[in-house]
Ligand binder design. Structure first.
Ligand SMILES: Nc1ncnc2c1ncn2[C@@H]1O[C@H](COP(=O)(O)OP(=O)(O)OP(=O)(O)O)[C@@H](O)[C@H]1O
Length: 649
């Protein structure tokens, strides 16, 4: 599933003029804080990225046994108790034989009957205790598997998660891990005790009558042979059933993620039909599993019925001829019935085990995806600002391998520590990709990205990310309280700091209005808030982090004029304390920037100040006149562009 990114040949040289010209990119009087480390120093594998293990890996059975290993002692103890319980069951036919003999000989049957009763009670108690121990172990194993899987899921690389659906991941973390419980608490014990009790029964049958044992074994071997033929089909059906449940999760997730859009588009019927179709397929697969389970059940039971008839015939003839006693025939028949139990246990254990194997395989698939290792200590909040440098950076999201052009085709620009840098450009120019690479959500294919003069591949991931605050385009708010959302990136921030961030981002009105204030619940994905409120929360969250580099993606796009102006002030204030990189949507942000990076088609086209760029760069002039001021008429925008001051420096 992992698709390794290969370096591409798109290392296009910087175009003529200001594009990619480092001298032009660096504003006069500001030096980049430290030199970029030479490319030769880059280690073979970038820091913080764990590569997946070798393809193939251990077999599902070994993986399952790995899950079992930490619990083996309890499992053995529980298994022994269950076995002792079954042992008591095994003693019963012999005791019944003694009782029958006692009746026939005119002796008192009290002792064998009391022994029989005690055996029944002891057997029931031991078996129940064994089952309880196994069930507890099963729960412990599920907990362990879930912790491990969820821990790994949140460490997966963004690139890997881009290709997965949350619904399917969810079904692996919940449904598939639950299957492990059944395997550990029941199926493994069933299979092991099944085999042992089967052997014990066969030995006791041999003691009673060898000829009848021969007849029985023929039937048992026939049943086992047929089961061996059925097993691969059962396993395949199990795997398909679990995949189908995952697919249904994905279908439902798709509709729920875009709940309002689905409604607004009148697509409820179609979406629910799609989920229903996925549910139907899951049902179909489930029925297939039930079918193969029934076939295996009927196979064993028919084989045993044949054995019963044959034993009855042969045994009847042998008692008539005097070759065996009636009580022995009764005991043998009881053992034959007792054989049904372990045989059933064996088939159930085996089919359950195949479900468990399919589950570990699906869990393993997620665990094998490339993930990040955080590495390094988070840097303290509020240290000195960091400069940023991109040099000839080439990067494609993976789609470029299928013919799509890469998102970055030789991006070069430099931003000194401190100050406000605006990034502008048409949609799809690669602006957000600059941020994604700085956060190392993706690894660039060629060129160098440096933060604080140090190649980002040399930054331990946790240290790099803790130095950066990132306000995403759609400003996500998590389910929980307002406070939890604000403290997400700075859990140790003091109450006073929180209050200050709230007031700077003009959230105080909201906090007053909400019942519970900062402790009010904001709903799933912040649905109880407006788009502008969500954005301001995202900005407040970033402020609390006191970053050394602040990345703002179209951050004022959903704000009204008053809030927008207030936040622009905050951004300008922040630029005095730290480095701010803002993908600018509004002209008013751009004109205050210390420098503007104009991107087009995966490259930096020009860098400069507003007034200069208006004159020297046609694309920028066009953008300034229209796109940058979304929602206003081009004529008004053009007028504004001319009226606006030309920036602080
Ligand atoms: N996760 C992704 N997987 C594949 N392709 C992507 C991904 N994200 C972005 N792209 C593609 O990469 C290119 C650059 O995208 P990017 O988001 O950097 O543009 P942008 O300049 O920020 O655009 P906008 O202003 O519309 O947000 C686009 O062609 C886009 O379709």
């Amino acid at each position: 599933m992992t698709q390794a990114k290969t370096p591409t040949d798109h290392t296009a040289a910087p175009a003529a003029g200001p594009v990619g010209d480092r001298a032009a990119v660096r504003p006069p009087g500001r030096a980049v804080d430290r030199a970029v480390e030479p490319a030769a120093a880059v280690p073979a594998g970038p820091e913080g990225v764990e590569e997946p293990g070798p393809a193939g890996g251990p077999s599902p059975l070994r993986l399952l046994l790995e899950q079992v290993r930490p619990h083996r002692r309890v499992l053995v103890a529980g298994g022994l108790l269950s076995l002792l319980g079954s042992g008591a069951d095994l003693a019963m036919p012999m005791m019944a034989k003694h009782a029958v003999d006692a009746f026939a000989d005119g002796r008192s049957p009290v002792r064998p009957l009391v022994a029989l009763t005690l055996a029944v009670l002891l057997g029931a108690f031991l078996a129940a205790a064994g089952r309880y121990m196994m069930a507890r172990t099963g729960e412990a194993a599920v907990l362990r598997a879930r912790r491990r899987l969820v821990g790994r899921m949140l460490r997966l690389r963004v690139e890997a998660v881009d290709r997965l659906t949350p619904g399917d991941l969810l079904s692996r973390a919940t449904g598939d891990t639950s299957l492990l419980r059944t395997v550990l608490s029941r199926n493994i014990a069933d299979a092991v005790t099944g085999v042992l009790v089967l052997l014990g029964t066969v030995v006791l049958m041999a003691v009673v009558d060898l000829v009848l044992l021969g007849v029985t074994l023929l039937a048992v071997l026939l049943a086992l042979g047929l089961l061996a033929l059925l097993m691969p089909r059962i396993q395949r059906a199990q795997h398909q059933a679990q995949e189908a449940v995952g697919a249904m999760g994905s279908a439902l997730d798709r509709a729920l993620q875009a709940f309002r859009t689905v409604k607004a588009s009148g697509a409820e019927e179609r979406e629910s039909a799609a989920v229903a179709e996925a549910a139907r397929r899951a049902h179909e697969r489930g029925v297939a599993v039930a079918w193969w389970n029934s076939v295996s059940d009927v196979t064993t039971s028919v084989a045993m019925q044949f054995a019963f008839l044959a034993v009855l015939g042969v045994g009847g003839a042998r008692t008539v001829s005097g070759a065996m006693e009636v009580s022995s025939l009764v005991a043998f028949l009881l053992y034959l019935f007792a054989l049904m139990g372990p045989l059933g246990q064996l088939t159930d254990g085996w089919t359950g085990l195949s479900g468990g194997l399919a589950a570990v395989r699906r869990i393993r698939e997620v665990e094998e995806l490339p993930r990040e290792s955080p590495g390094g200590a988070p840097s303290p909040r509020g240290s000195s600002p960091l400069g940023v440098a991109f040099e000839d950076v080439v990067f494609g999201y993976g789609g470029h391998l299928e013919g799509r052009s890469p998102a970055h085709r030789g991006v070069t620009f430099e931003v000194p520590a401190g100050g406000l840098t605006a990034i502008v450009g048409p949609s799809g120019a690669g602006k957000s990709t600059v941020f994604a690479l700085l956060e190392r959500f993706y690894e660039h294919d060629a060129g160098t990205v440096a933060v604080g003069g140090r190649d980002i591949r040399h930054w331990p991931l946790a240290e790099l990310r803790s130095a950066i605050a990132y306000v995403e385009q759609d400003a996500p708010v998590l389910a929980g309280t307002l406070r939890e959302n604000l403290l997400l990136a700075a859990p140790d921030a003091a109450e006073e700091e929180v209050r200050r961030a709230v007031s700077r981002t003009r959230l105080d009105g909201l906090v007053e209005r909400l019942p519970g204030g900062l402790d009010a619940q904001v709903g799933h994905r912040g649905v109880t808030l407006s788009g502008g409120e969500r954005q301001r929360i995202a900005i407040a969250r970033a402020l609390l982090r006191r970053p050394r580099l602040l990345l703002l993606d179209e951050v004022t796009s959903q704000l009204d004029a008053v809030n927008e102006e207030a936040l622009r002030e905050v951004v300008v204030e922040l630029a005095a304390e730290t480095t701010v990189l803002a993908i600018a949507h509004r002209l008013s942000t751009v004109v205050r920037a210390d420098r503007i990076v104009v991107m087009e088609d995966g490259r930096v086209r020009a860098v400069g100040l507003h007034a200069d760029l208006l004159r020297s760069d046609a694309l920028y002039a066009g953008l300034a006149a229209t796109q940058l001021v979304a929602g206003r008429s081009p004529a008004r925008a053009a007028a504004e562009a001319v009226e606006e001051p030309s920036g602080p420096s």
